[in-house]
Design a protein around this ligand. Structure first.
Ligand code: GLN
Length: 194
């Protein structure tokens, strides 16, 4: 199994290190041909507007969108989640891949709480609470009927799943806890066996 990490900016190395700990090979995705070689893709945090500009300039936007629509498992964290979302509330209108049936609001925790960490109960990955690091995080305002909510903070979903797509408003790669990456890998293995 080989997992791609969209490599434009943001916490690329941290995701790579997580997968290394789990003995999984990674490819840093920089051009559209790279997408042919992978069983799943991680879209890291960073700045979603920068991702968009680079995705469009490299021709990756359409190919990535088609691949995920065709079933390539994807995990988007923070800005990655914003890119996956079908609806973004902010003005001016921001384009997205539109593959995950949620509405998001960017930078939604305001200045006081721009960055913080907290412990979340996420039963899907076990009983032990998960330390979630939020950095200028978005909020998920609503989810479509096929979206499962796996984690909640302040009454808002922060970890969701729809088919083989995972979306998180926080950064699971910034702790030592590999359980969310393992959960994603299970989705990627499932696809191999289909
Ligand atoms: N604030 C960023 C955005 O709106 C996301 C921040 C992050 O990925 N940590 O794109």
């Amino acid at each position: 199994m080989r997992i791609g990490i969209l490599s434009i900016q943001g916490s690329i190395i941290e995701h790579k290190n997580m997968l290394k700990k789990l003995d999984v090979d990674t490819i840093l995705i920089k051009k559209s041909e790279d997408l042919d070689k992978i069983d799943g893709i991680i879209i890291p945090g960073g700045e979603s507007t920068t991702f968009l500009t680079v995705l469009e300039n490299t021709g990756l936007f359409k190919k990535l969108q088609d691949a995920i629509k065709a079933g390539l498992p994807a995990m988007g964290t923070c800005a990655g989640l914003i890119l996956l979302a079908k609806r973004i509330e902010n003005h001016p209108h921001q384009k997205s891949l539109g593959v995950l049936d949620i509405t998001v609001s960017r930078n939604a925790y305001g200045r006081q709480r721009e960055s913080f960490s907290t412990y979340l109960d996420i039963p899907a990955i076990g009983d032990k609470p998960f330390e979630a690091v939020f950095i200028r995080a978005p909020q998920i305002l609503d989810v479509g009927k096929d979206v499962k909510v796996l984690g909640v903070f302040m009454e808002k979903p922060v970890f969701v799943e729809e088919k083989s797509i995972l979306g998180l408003t926080f950064h699971p790669e910034l702790t030592d806890d590999t359980r969310i990456h393992e959960y994603f890998l299970q989705r990627c293995i499932g696809r191999n066996e289909m």
